[in-house]
Design a protein around this ligand. Structure first.
Ligand SMILES: [Ca+2]
Ligand SMILES: [Ca+2]
Ligand SMILES: [Ca+2]
Length: 410
């Protein structure tokens, strides 16, 4: 346990030991997956047992933008990887993300963390599958700066809690159907330190997947500490293995001939493949950001069921300029619109290579709100593609709920 990677934002002290109310074991369980010591006689071993680990107590009290920002920027010269298994409500009707301070914490971590190589933020993609939630409506996991991690059952299938979206980069195993599929073995919290209560065989959900990913990222950094935050994302993409997960539908081959899925990203993370790649990795050139001209012409979104609105735009990839993009990593599509109910809408972006990516899937429970305000939908599905050519955005009104008035794409 590393005090320099620890803090208690709820009680404003240095000791993050949880308050024992029977419910505050989540962080301890996640920590055990990453760094439980080798050769211990209690539970399984942590993925990265040479890593030191700290805890940030922040969710056992009022959570503000400032608290989140402080947690995400804790000692960024010392902490390499931040693993987060929390976020907005998974109720299938929320569109919410980091506030201004947390956003600055992410950017500051990317720019200044790890001596300028960039902090690694690993994020659970969310457990709202039962409420048809979309992880692209969660601004933390939908962020370019986070590695968003999904879950697969031990059989390589989609678990009931999984949220599908285009910002998920890869997957690790976790729980599935209770009683049939296994759950994750890890350290548990017992304030009395009773040996028979120090372990659990019941850690579940994408919360249990993100720490496994964080552990594998730690192994890659152990093999090669020079990796930047983008190198690590490249390594995750290249080392991910779709084969164990191919029984699930929805895989497409993108323009770089890499299979990708809205359920699992590029596939099951493979620690050995990541370490092998890390050992021989050449650091990628600086990130180029190319913005296409904003299309700011209002267009109606027809209220009738099955209506469809198509926009096309030609993209140069800033060819010939200093910020020319030779191959794609993250694609953000910022959308402002109003339509009620918002959950009726499905947004699909198609790249010049013909790769379709669902930016927003139908969310039947999202029938309380009507607007998206410059929401930066992220797709990682175009990784390695040439940006140049015609991009198509399609907006479908395919929800079952009746819309009374036309909406508007702005
Ligand atoms: Ca404390
Ligand atoms: Ca969610
Ligand atoms: Ca992300």
């Amino acid at each position: 346990m590393d005090p320099k990677a620890s803090s208690d934002m709820n009680d404003n002290d240095n000791d993050p030991t949880p308050r024992d109310n029977g419910d505050n074991k989540h962080g301890t369980r996640c920590a055990g997956e990453v760094a439980a010591s080798a050769y211990n006689t209690y539970c399984g071993v942590g993925v990265a047992y040479n890593a030191s680990i700290g805890g940030v107590r922040m969710l056992d009290g009022a959570v503000s933008d400032a608290v989140e920002a402080a947690a995400l920027s804790l000692n960024p010269g010392h902490v390499d990887i931040y693993s987060a298994s929390w976020g907005p409500e998974d109720d299938g009707q929320t569109v919410d993300g980091p506030g201004p301070l947390a956003t600055r914490a992410f950017i500051s971590g990317i720019v200044k963390g790890r001596g300028g190589k960039g902090s690694i933020f690993v994020w659970a993609s969310g457990n709202g599958g039962m409420h048809t939630d979309s992880c692209n409506c969660d601004g933390y996991t939908n962020s370019v700066y986070t590695l968003s991690i999904s879950s697969a059952t031990q059989a390589g299938l989609k678990p009931w809690y999984l949220e599908e979206c285009s910002s998920t980069i890869a997957t690790t195993y976790s729980s599935g159907i209770l009683g049939r599929d296994r759950t994750v073995v890890t350290v548990d919290m017992d304030p009395q330190l009773r040996p028979e209560k120090l372990c659990t065989t019941d850690h579940t959900g994408t919360s249990a997947s993100a720490p496994l990913a964080a552990g594998m990222c730690a192994l890659a950094l152990e093999a090669n500490p020079n990796l930047t935050w983008r190198d690590l994302q490249h390594i995750v993409v290249m080392a991910a293995n779709p084969r164990p997960l191919l029984r699930e539908s929805g895989w497409v081959s993108n323009g770089a001939k890499r299979r990708v899925s809205h359920k699992f990203g590029y596939g099951l993370m493979d620690g050995e493949a990541m370490v092998t790649l890390a050992e021989q990795w050449t650091v990628v050139p600086p990130q180029h950001i190319c913005e296409t001209p904003i299309i700011a012409i209002d267009r109606p979104i027809n209220k009738s069921y099955g209506s469809e609105l198509t926009l096309k735009t030609n993209v140069s990839g800033c060819e010939g300029q200093e910020n020319e993009v030779h191959y794609l990593e993250h694609v953000q599509c910022k959308v402002s619109l109003s339509f009620f109910p918002r959950g009726n809408l499905k947004l699909i972006l198609v790249s010049p290579s013909g790769t379709p990516s669902t930016l927003l899937a139908l969310r039947p429970k999202d029938e309380v709100s009507a607007t998206l305000n410059d929401w930066p939908f992220l797709s990682v599905h175009y990784w390695g593609e040439d940006p140049r050519g015609e991009w198509t955005l399609k907006i479908y009104n395919n929800g079952r709920k009746k819309a009374d008035t036309d909406g508007k794409l702005t």
